[in-house]
Design a protein around this ligand. Structure first.
Ligand SMILES: Cc1cc2nc3c(=O)[nH]c(=O)nc-3n(C[C@H](O)[C@H](O)[C@H](O)COP(=O)(O)OP(=O)(O)OC[C@H]3O[C@@H](n4cnc5c(N)ncnc54)[C@H](O)[C@@H]3O)c2cc1C
Length: 446
């Protein structure tokens, strides 16, 4: 049942091995993709998931796979990811809803149109099919809209997929290739000997290993902090809804100020408010506040705040920061991070959709849900080895676009772990950028 929860049956329950060449913490798109590429090279991999595969962000996202609007340094990896999605969809042998139906950003004003110029230059440098269209063309692309737009930026080669089908399908493919996947198995701590990883302690026991990847999504910072590694990661709540089947007014994905929509494989649309996310303020929000100032100043109304997170959330005031390998950790206390959708965001979705498509009014919502998006202060991920702990790797903080880029990051990280040539410059994604005095260089907003 979607959204996934701990009530869903455990589908992956390999026995806990005594040893494993690589251990991956986290069964989201990043952990699963990395496991898949390592298994392709006959590396022995164990993937540990505290709850269910893809039950957190990796099934709850909008399903946009986009090159459009991405950070210039991420773009080469996203371009690779788009190729990989097509290959993997074939390899899975299941319909994951992958369709090349484009992504479009609608502009209300000439000023909005001018704001696209920066990405148009990046797109040209990478030979993308991104282009600007005028208001007439927008009307023919999305007939029936009750608003006349100044124009839009669009990338027809961008894609969509159904995340709750896609990531579990990749996990099944990985399992067929020999990855040991264990759900309901939280990693509590690392065993570090002589400055390097020697083992992981899980709630089911110990696995000896020399390579560990932390791909824990919103939980990565809590886990790493226990081992003296600080990353300025915060998470925001984003609310989403799916409609009942509707006549097709656009086959792809689009966003404007009030509403974002994407055609779904089941004939409905995935909808989200165009505007703000919600940050629950906790100890990490205070700890990392200064690093988030540039983002706050660039988007002063981009985030709303509540003074405390629900119990058991990674940055809740009462979430323990200390535990041992023998005691129950915060990870197994909250198997699946399943925030309640926001009432005001759901109202905004209905209002935004009904006013843009009055002929389809009132919109009937089939399902509503929310997810916690994990982000970094500069809105680009951390993909790196941890210098202070041998054999420890991190791929997290995907900042609202990890689904699309997921297979690309998985391929890159698999090579990073094996010490191979990466094929991309990872300098922008280094862990030390938050401590080496570099200024925060903002990527595009979440
Ligand atoms: C509402 C919403 C809309 C979005 N829309 C898009 C979009 O359209 N396109 C796009 O590209 N991206 C989108 N994103 C972002 C994208 O979903 C994420 O960036 C991506 O899924 C992150 O993948 P991940 O593997 O890093 O983390 P996750 O999917 O969160 O997976 C991390 C996993 O690690 C597990 N874990 C954590 N700690 C431990 C531990 N100690 N032991 C064992 N397991 C552990 C967790 O249970 C979790 O399952 C959206 C996100 C949300 C929430």
């Amino acid at each position: 049942m979607f959204p996934f929860s701990e009530a869903d049956p455990v589908r992956h329950s390999s026995p806990l091995p005594k040893t494993s060449e690589v251990v991956i913490i986290g069964g989201g798109v990043i952990g699963v993709s990395t496991a898949l590429f390592l298994a392709n090279r006959d590396v022995q991999v164990t993937l540990l998931e505290k709850g269910r595969i893809a039950a957190e962000q990796s099934s709850r996202n909008w399903g946009w796979i986009r090159k459009q609007g991405r950070d210039a340094d991420e773009l080469p990896i996203v371009i690779e990811a788009c190729r990989l999605w097509q290959q993997l969809a074939d390899e899975c042998g299941e319909d994951i809803g992958l369709r090349q139906t484009g992504v479009t950003y609608l502009a209300r004003t000439a000023k909005d149109m001018a704001g696209f110029e920066n990405f148009m230059k990046i797109a040209a440098a990478h030979d993308l099919d991104t282009h600007l269209v005028d208001g007439d063309r927008v009307q023919s692309m999305m007939p029936g809209m009750n608003r006349r737009f100044a124009g839009a930026m669009t990338t027809p080669s961008d894609m969509r997929a159904e995340p709750w089908l896609a990531v579990p399908a990749l996990a099944r493919l990985a399992a067929r290739k020999g990855v040991r996947i264990i759900e309901n198995c939280a990693v509590r701590a690392l065993d570090i000997a002589g400055g390097a990883v020697a083992a992981v302690w899980t709630e089911q026991g110990k696995i000896e290993t020399s390579s560990v990847l932390v791909a824990g999504g919103a939980w990565s910072s809590l886990f790493l902090r226990k081992h003296g590694v600080s990353i300025p990661q915060l998470s925001v709540r984003a609310t989403v809804a799916a409609t009942e089947p509707l006549p097709e007014f656009h086959a792809g994905a689009a966003i404007e100020d009030d509403i974002a929509f994407r055609r779904r494989q089941d004939g409905g649309y995935t909808l989200a408010p165009g505007g703000s996310n919600l940050l629950y303020v906790g100890p990490d929000a205070f700890r990392h506040a200064t690093k988030y100032l540039p983002s706050l100043m660039a988007h002063p109304f981009g985030t709303r705040y509540l003074p405390k997170a629900p119990a058991g959330f990674p940055d809740s005031w009462l979430t323990p920061r200390e535990w041992t390998a023998e005691t129950i950790s915060p990870f197994e206390r909250k198997r699946v991070l399943n925030p309640a959708p926001g009432k005001s965001e759901l109202d905004a979705i209905e209002r935004g959709f009904n006013s843009l498509f009055p002929q389809l009014k009132p919109v009937r919502l089939k399902t509503t849900w929310a997810g916690m998006i994990d982000a970094m202060p500069d809105v680009v991920p951390v993909v790196d080895r941890v210098a202070a702990i041998g054999g420890l790797f991190v791929a997290t903080g995907m900042s609202g676009h990890g689904f699309g880029i997921g297979p690309g990051i998985g391929r890159v990280v698999s090579d990073l772990i094996q010490g191979n040539e990466i094929g991309h410059n990872l300098q922008r994604f280094r862990l030390s950028r938050f401590t080496d005095g570099s200024p925060i260089r903002l990527g595009p907003a979440i």
